[in-house]
Write a protein that binds this ligand. Structure first.
Ligand code: KG4
Ligand code: ZN
Length: 429
């Protein structure tokens, strides 16, 4: 079985191809991500309409590249007997579509294809020559992220999947973005010999931390989720991004803050702040709060922490701010990590978890990975976290989650493109 996966929930355009057979672990044959960081950086955050525009530009070229890398692309030459006919696709039978009949001249006149990509005209312009050029690749299922995420961005991926599914006569597996982040930890976060998820991992307490989400989830099994708590305001990644902006570190803030904090921790940690008379400041003045760390629930709040960081930057002189930016970055990161780890470990104890699973873009933060690894080790719990490149958005995790759904629940996806919709507010439980 081969799965083609599409991810466009935020500002990364992702295409992946997964191959599996009953004898061995599924393999990711291609995994391509086109990042839009440079496009959004001047705005200090993701601009949904720019993300939509970029996804429309990127999808076809990276799909073409992914299929080429895996040798799944064959030209639809004129010598191809299946291509001899020229009837309109709209009237063509399913069988004719599968064979690739009339992929040629009439594709641009196909009304269904035009309707599917009505709101993505740039994508329509790119997909037609692509579909005319190549035969249907040897793929069995298309997996696509349907939500949660940025609505206009999600729709580009969903409508791309619908268009390909329609023309190539393939079923679509609709994938929840948060479940895909967890899927990344299950797939790539551990060394396993069999392709099945070992039952002894569950129950697992999962911390999903990204630019849009911060949730603690109890996973009793793959597909069985209960939300234990979530952020009441900003997501953890959002707080990283906003504080980085305050400190003039640029976008995206997470990696910038963690680099600066690492440098500070290795170089300046033990230096005496109070010796330079011009910069004089007490160490205690640089301490930020740990919001809700002792609250009985499993919720989070990061907006107060962000505001405290803002007050601190306002209180300092220009010279002080310049001098103490690395210290503030380190303290902010420590505060976020303290709260996330404290609540995750308390949830793991309370729900007698066997595993702690960490996922989402912020899971690439070194301090968070190390601190949670130590804490779980101390309690003899399994700890699953994807390698860093599978923490931020990618399509490999989407492909793997579709594979898990198909194999775990023996789902039979049919020719269903008409039923697939984006849902920006989709929840996991
Ligand atoms: O999962 P993701 O790629 O996209 C969403 O679904 O939101 O997460 C992106 C978020 C951004 O807010 C980014 O600043 C944060 O993950 N991030 C980090 C690090 N790398 C990315 N946050 C803290 N430390 C990092 N090293
Ligand atoms: Zn994400």
């Amino acid at each position: 079985m081969r799965i083609l996966a599409i991810e466009t929930s935020c500002d990364d355009t992702g295409i992946a191809i997964l191959e599996s057979n009953s004898r061995s672990q599924p393999k990711i044959l291609a995994d391509l991500v086109s990042s839009q960081v440079k496009i959004h950086a001047p705005w200090g955050g993701v601009v949904p309409m720019l993300a939509k525009r970029e996804h429309q530009k990127n999808l076809v070229p990276i799909l073409e590249q992914g299929l080429k890398e895996t040798d799944l692309l064959a030209l639809l030459g004129h010598s191809d007997p299946a291509n001899a006919g020229e009837e309109s696709l709209a009237n063509a039978s399913t069988a004719a579509r599968i064979r690739g009949k009339s992929f040629g001249l009439r594709l641009q006149d196909d009304n269904t294809l035009k309707t599917i990509l009505n709101r993505e005209p740039e994508l329509l312009k790119k997909i037609i020559p692509f579909l005319k050029k190549y035969q249907r690749p040897d793929i069995d299922l298309i997996a696509v992220t349907i939500g949660p995420g940025l609505e206009p961005a999600l729709w580009v991926g969903v409508n791309f999947a619908r268009a390909l599914a329609y023309v190539w006569n393939l079923p679509i597996a609709p994938i929840n973005h948060l479940e895909a982040h967890l899927g990344a930890a299950l797939a790539f976060g551990t060394e396993r010999k069999s392709s099945a998820i070992p039952k002894n991992l569950f129950p697992a307490v999962c911390l999903i931390v990204s630019g849009g989400h911060t949730q603690l989830i109890l996973m009793r099994d793959f597909g069985e989720y209960r939300i234990l708590g979530e952020t009441r305001d900003d997501a953890a990644g959002e707080a990283f991004d906003k504080v980085a902006k305050m400190l003039n570190l640029g976008y995206p803030g997470g990696p910038k803050i963690s680099q600066l904090a690492a440098k500070f921790n290795s170089e300046f940690r033990n230096s005496n702040f109070e010796t330079d008379s011009k910069l004089k400041i007490k160490k205690s003045e640089l301490v930020l709060p740990r919001p809700m760390i002792n609250s009985k629930d499993f919720d989070f709040s990061f907006s107060g922490l962000k505001t405290a960081a803002l007050y601190l930057t306002k209180k300092l002189t220009k010279a002080q701010l310049k001098n103490f930016t690395p210290a503030i970055a380190a303290e902010f990161q420590r505060a976020v990590v303290d709260v996330l780890v404290a609540k995750t470990i308390r949830a793991a104890k309370e729900f007698k978890a066997k595993t702690v699973l960490l996922a989402g873009g912020v899971a690439s933060n070194d301090l968070l990975r190390e601190t949670l690894s130590l804490a779980t080790n101390h309690l003899s719990l399994n700890f699953l976290v994807p390698p860093k490149n599978f923490c931020t958005d990618n399509a490999a995790m989407v492909a793997y989650t579709a594979y898990l759904e198909k194999t775990t629940f023996e789902k039979k996806y049919r020719f269903n493109w008409k039923k697939i919709k984006a849902d920006a507010n989709l929840t996991i439980a």
